[in-house]
Design a protein around this ligand. Structure first.
Ligand SMILES: [Zn+2]
Length: 128
C-alpha cells in the first residue's frame, strides 16, 4: 500500500486520503498506518489489504448482478464447485500441484506461463 506524508506529518495511505475528501462515502475508520516494521504493523497491513480486496470483490459482484441475471445462489454454487475441485470442501481454493504441458507432458510450476522444457504456452486460465 502506498503511503504518503501529510502536511501534519501523518503517514496515510491513498484510502485514508480518499476518505478524507468531501464527497467520499464513509467505509468506517481504517486502521492507523503502520509506524514501524514490526509484526503487528505487518499483520495490520495484510488485514488492510484483505479488507480492500473484500471491498473490490463485493463491488465487482454487485456490478455483475446489476448487469446480468445472476443472483447470490449462482455465486454460492460456483464457489462450492471451485472449492470442491480438489475434492475437499474447506472453503478455500486449492493452490494445486504442477501443471502438465499439453505438448511434452512434463510438469511445470504454476508460476510459469510457458513450458520450461518445450516453450508451449501452458497457462490457459486467468486464475490458474
Ligand atoms: Zn512442454
Amino acid at each position: 500500500m502506498r503511503l504518503v506524508t501529510t502536511d501534519k506529518g501523518q503517514r496515510m495511505d491513498m484510502f485514508n486520503i480518499w476518505q478524507g475528501m468531501g464527497d467520499a462515502p464513509d467505509y468506517g475508520t481504517p486502521a492507523p498506518a503502520p509506524t514501524s516494521g514490526g509484526g503487528d504493523s505487518r499483520a495490520r497491513a495484510v488485514a488492510d489489504e484483505l479488507a480492500r480486496l473484500e471491498l473490490v470483490c463485493e463491488a465487482m459482484w454487485e456490478l455483475v448482478k446489476e448487469k446480468t441475471n445472476l443472483v447470490d445462489d449462482d455465486l454460492l454454487g460456483k464457489m462450492a464447485e471451485l472449492d470442491l475441485a480438489d475434492g475437499v470442501a474447506d472453503g478455500k481454493k486449492a493452490k494445486g500441484g504442477p501443471v502438465m504441458c499439453v505438448k511434452c507432458n512434463r510438469p511445470n510450476s504454476r508460476r510459469h506461463d510457458f513450458c520450461i522444457y518445450c516453450g508451449q504456452h501452458i497457462r490457459s486460465k486467468p486464475f490458474q
